[in-house]
Design a binder for this molecule. Structure first.
Ligand code: COA
Length: 162
């Protein structure tokens, strides 16, 4: 039986930290489904379609990595896909409380759901999507933290907004 995992997130934008988790997950699972959340409560910069476009370009030759989007409850999406393992990255203890709440809530919504965590690589545990947006908005160099295509798309968007 195929071992699949769902890696959900807002990915606004995707960072090298996320890429690292995805690549490591692809070594542990037969299939990694990236679930780009359409209705994140966060104020997003990139539209869901733009985020999906970035993923598709970046992972176009990786057969194990499937790009998808979802709207509404993660627990329902998981149920629809019939893949009950969720993967999340854990950077610091600050992430723990939020992740614990989400993992517990998802499990309460559907007993079949298990959330597993991958510890973020030390090179990326200090970065976040908000930090990247700030760096670019203020004219800084974020090239060490995000893939080139993300930087290009973000610059287009943020610099246009002014
Ligand atoms: N390296 C670097 N940064 C990382 C990282 C890693 N390995 N893992 C996470 N991050 C950062 C991201 O950059 C992001 O930073 P930000 O807070 O500044 O934006 C943050 O950690 C988390 O973002 P992301 O990984 O994109 O996920 P998220 O927390 O935005 O995603 C959902 C949350 C979409 C999974 C959750 O809101 C959800 O399930 N929504 C659907 C509705 C629902 O079911 N709600 C009830 C849930 S119980």
């Amino acid at each position: 039986m195929k071992k699949s995992v769902i890696y959900p997130g807002s990915f606004d934008p995707l960072t090298n930290g996320h890429v690292n988790i995805i690549e490591r997950a692809a070594r542990c699972f037969d299939e990694v489904i990236i679930g780009v959340a359409k209705n994140s409560s966060k104020n997003s910069i990139l539209t869901p379609d733009e985020r999906v476009y970035i993923f598709k370009k970046l992972f176009k030759n990786k057969k194990k990595i499937i790009i998808d989007q979802f709207e509404g409850l993660l627990a329902e999406y998981v149920n629809k896909k019939k893949i009950y393992t969720i993967l999340r990255g854990m950077r610091t203890v600050q992430d723990f409380e939020y992740e614990l709440q989400m993992a517990t809530s998802n499990n309460k919504l559907n007993k079949k759901i298990e959330t597993i965590f991958m510890v973020a690589d030390g090179n990326y545990s200090h970065i976040s999507s908000s930090l990247i947006k700030d760096i670019i908005r203020l004219g800084g160099d974020a090239s060490n933290f995000i893939p080139k295509i993300v930087e290009k798309e973000l610059r287009k968007k943020l610099l246009k907004k002014g």
